[in-house]
Design a protein. Sequence first.
Length: 470
Amino acid sequence: MRKKNVVLENVPVTGYAAEGKALARVDGKVIFIEGGVVPGDVVDVRLGKNKKDWAEGKAIRTHTLSPDRVEPFCEHFGLCGGCKWQMLPYSMQLQYKQQQVEDHLRRIGHLELPPLPPILGADKTQRYRNKLEFTFSNKAYLTDEEIRAAGEEWPRRNALGFHIPRLFDKVLDIRTCHLQEEPANLIKNTIREWAEANDASFYDIRRQEGWLRNLVLRICTTGEVMVNLVIHHEDETARTALLDHLLATVPGITTLLYTINPKKNDSIFDLEPQVYFGKGFVEERLEDFMFKIGPKSFFQTNTYQGEALYRVARDFAGLTGSETVYDLYCGTGSIGIFVSRQAGKVVGIELIPEAIADAKENAAANGVTNASFFAGDVIDICDDAFFAAHGAPDVIITDPPRAGMHEKLTAKLLEVAAPRIVYVSCNPATQARDLALLSEKYTVEKVQAVDMFPHTHHIENVVLLQRKHR
């Protein structure tokens, strides 16, 4: 079974493992399966990695379809890298996500857990993202059927859509995406049609040439719409013609920007977007708080579930109006501002200076006077002098990136020993690792998973840690 090019036949799929991979067992060996399979399917699997106790592979043939399957709603399902769980009923998606959270906390963190309440599912399972980024490419991904159907005449080369997983230079042309409200598809299709009609060049990532690079859309629950067109180099005549055409064709755009990016990577955080139309930012609402979002701002991608997530964090914090709350990885201050009315003082810390500037502006715009925000690494900032100046924390809220917290930060939190820590995570595996380190002084009091991204395997999880009695 450990030989190369092994195909396992008639494998019953029994569940899901981490990262949305399906799970099966053959002769006691664990098989992780990619390829859009569902528990209850019976498939043939071609193995890739093949170790003694486990293997990874891809489903290449389906013999029996699970009775739990549902029809995917998107024409791009199976090719696009997003929404990979469309074929799974939403209730079952939630079930497997809940199971994954518990498995990670128990198996990686070796933690004693209280009874876990059900995961908070989303009321809105389509068109829930407020931000999407599309890529222009002169190397459209084509299926075998499309190539055969084209015959001697080579089919379209340009694409505006999403990268095909594991193919960095191939982009799937997306006409209709179900992740974002309109006018998202109208904007995207209008730009593509203008570009094709006017022979505008789509970017070639291998040669590092071409004019149109990326398209970033923000569509807020407030109705405000931000468009940021990223181009490789300035062409004022073409740029003005395209942006004017877009404004004339698509009603409702409140802010239109363009960014010139001649670099080899797609990041725009070290670039300066230029305002072409509108105020240069959009405003989004969480409860009755308003947040200014610029073209480089971080904000929870699902506003609806972001609000639910923040309510959980605020509830877990157990605030009575007098506590000093430290908001680590505070970004643009959204969590700190969200809990500010229940706190005595909020101290936000974030590495990125631009985000801190936004946090201060958001606090002022919402009349929040008990919050202060500081730029820098929390390990460097939080010394004895800082605590003497701003007060020792009664509650720490930490919301790190997917990689989790640096080991030095967990050591710092153990040193600070605040009575309560609320750990918000977008990766329960790294969260479990960090909680294991913090278990030296803390116990897990509450756990609440929140589904921010329906039809994907991604999960947000909030944990309340209580300091042990000394």
